[in-house]
Design a protein around this ligand. Sequence first.
Ligand code: SF4
Length: 220
Amino acid sequence: MDKKIEEFLSNVEEKLEFFSQLGIDFVSFSSPSKESPFLSLKEKILHCQKCPLAQGRKNVVPGEGSLNTELVFVGEAPGRDEDIQGRPFIGKAGQLLTKIINAMNFKREDVYITNIVKCRPPENRNPHKEEIRECCGYLLAQLELIKPRVIVTLGKVAADFFIRSTSGMTALRGNFHEFENIQVMPTFHPSYLIRNEGNKEIRKMVWEDMQKVMAFLGKK
Ligand code: SF4
């Protein structure tokens, strides 16, 4: 993970100031309802112009799902279908993610699904470091509100955001890593599974990762 982001996270005062800059009423975090601060955060995201990705987007894709969940899935960025509809993971890869979630004994609406950056990069390229730096405060604020027990990262870009390591996906996956007292399980992106449809080994690895998540959350 980027050293600057880590330093930022370790400094509570800076964090509070950052959320305040986002227009989030931090006092209301202690309220039993997450709805109101989440809605104000969503409004901020929907109108954001902080990075160049704002120019090419059709829709911002803040994320969707339950705010009271223990499990959050994080990908790298919206793709074409997501940009058109303003919803995360709804294309072919999203349909596969939904199947994986169902196989884990969850409904899609029981979990929260989002991305590191909330606007589509051109031609589905990986988001640049500067774009991630501009956007990541929204994701951190979402996690601060939801307080999940587990984050499943989908693909290398999302894994790299939470885990400070130079290892590749194959080495990172299969084990929990810790981020701000949240267990992070990195696994392959569903679009990687689709691109390697005939490769049963990759599917098996993803399922092994999800079974560890299920065991941790008492789902098996
Ligand atoms: S990617 Fe994030 S920081 Fe950039 S314009 Fe979209 S919401 Fe704002």
